[in-house]
Design a protein around this ligand. Structure first.
Ligand SMILES: Nc1nc2c(ncn2[C@@H]2O[C@H](COP(=O)(O)OP(=O)(O)O)[C@@H](O)[C@H]2O)c(=O)[nH]1
Ligand SMILES: [Mg+2]
Length: 289
């Protein structure tokens, strides 16, 4: 709690994209560039699958070898235990601590799977999406939901033989984006190309992120977005706490044994059964106070 007055000053950037798209490579290149400019960069990962694939953490460290050797950078792999809610909570808390410790840029990396992307989008100022040009110039790993959340999009691995397909994919996607977004919005997500490996376009990518933050400030939406995130976050914690209390409530557990039996034998409807559970919960809590 005491940390709060000192936090909140950092730029919070989310980075998503399917495994292998080049997120870690991007952070390595971008992070080194930002450090040279005098920034201090914290990198946090949210990867709900990391419990199974512990190797990926090691892989990430080697892919960010230069950055992780620097004092101006802090890299923390995804907490491997717990639910997405728990991981998101730990990440938010780490963000506050790191900002208070003077890291002025926080990058939150996540893999391209549904709910973790939503969680990250809800804790950053700018949400960036990395994609690849695939066979037949088709874009890979694009889901409409992600496009709606993305503030900056870049087609990575735009190098060598892949340069032309990447450029074309970017043009096609820019056209598609116009249909996803409302025309009266203050920001149209740019679709860029870059090579995280060679460094081409990485600076432009960062400039687009800065432009987005500037546009949000100018439209007086920056603080509003953060405030909205705080409110959403509060409610999600309330929901989680409530659910946990319900699940661990003794009276509820007792009543559920009974109620489930009666449900099975057709003596109760699910609606009535649910009422009984809630009554047991309310009464037990009334007794507490
Ligand atoms: N050719 C090329 N390869 C890249 C580029 N960025 C990443 N890679 C390679 O793609 C693989 C996956 O990269 P990584 O950063 O670990 O992806 P992540 O899973 O999204 O973090 C690695 O072998 C990288 O060297 C790029 O811009 N061009
Ligand atoms: Mg990675």
């Amino acid at each position: 709690m005491k940390l709060l007055p000192f936090s909140g000053k950092a730029m919070r950037v989310g980075l998503t994209g399917v495994p292998g798209v080049g997120k870690s490579t991007t952070i390595e290149t971008l992070g080194m560039h930002l450090i040279e400019q005098g920034h201090r960069v914290a990198v946090l990962a949210i990867d709900p699958s990391s419990t199974k694939s512990r190797g990926s953490i090691l892989g990430d460290k080697t892919r960010m070898a230069n950055l992780s050797a620097r004092d101006e950078a802090f890299i923390r792999p995804s907490p491997s235990a717990g639910t997405l809610g728990g991981v998101a909570k730990a990440t938010r808390e780490a963000m506050v601590v790191l900002e208070a410790a003077g890291f002025d840029i926080v990058i939150v990396e996540t893999v391209g799977v549904g709910q973790s992307e939503v969680a990250v989008a809800q804790m950053v100022d700018t949400f960036a999406f990395l994609a690849l040009a695939g066979a037949g110039d088709q874009l890979q790993g694009i889901k409409k939901g992600v496009l709606e959340m993305a503030d900056v999009i870049t087609i990575n691995k735009a190098d060598g033989q892949n340069l032309r397909p990447a450029k074309r994919a970017a043009r096609d996607l820019a056209t598609a984006m116009k249909m996803v977004r409302q025309p009266d919005q203050i920001w149209t997500p740019p679709v860029l190309t870059m090579s995280a490996l060679e460094g081409d376009g990485v600076e432009k990518f960062w400039n687009a992120i800065e432009d987005h933050v500037k546009a949000m400030h100018e439209a007086k939406l920056f603080d509003e977005r953060r405030a909205g995130q705080q409110i959403k976050w509060m409610w999600s914690m309330v929901h989680e706490t409530l659910l946990q209390r319900l699940n661990t409530n003794e009276a509820v557990q007792e009543e559920s044994t009974l109620v489930e039996k009666q449900l099975r034998s057709g003596q109760l409807t699910p609606t009535l059964a649910a009422e009984r559970i809630m009554n047991a919960f309310d009464q037990s809590r009334g007794a507490d106070n």
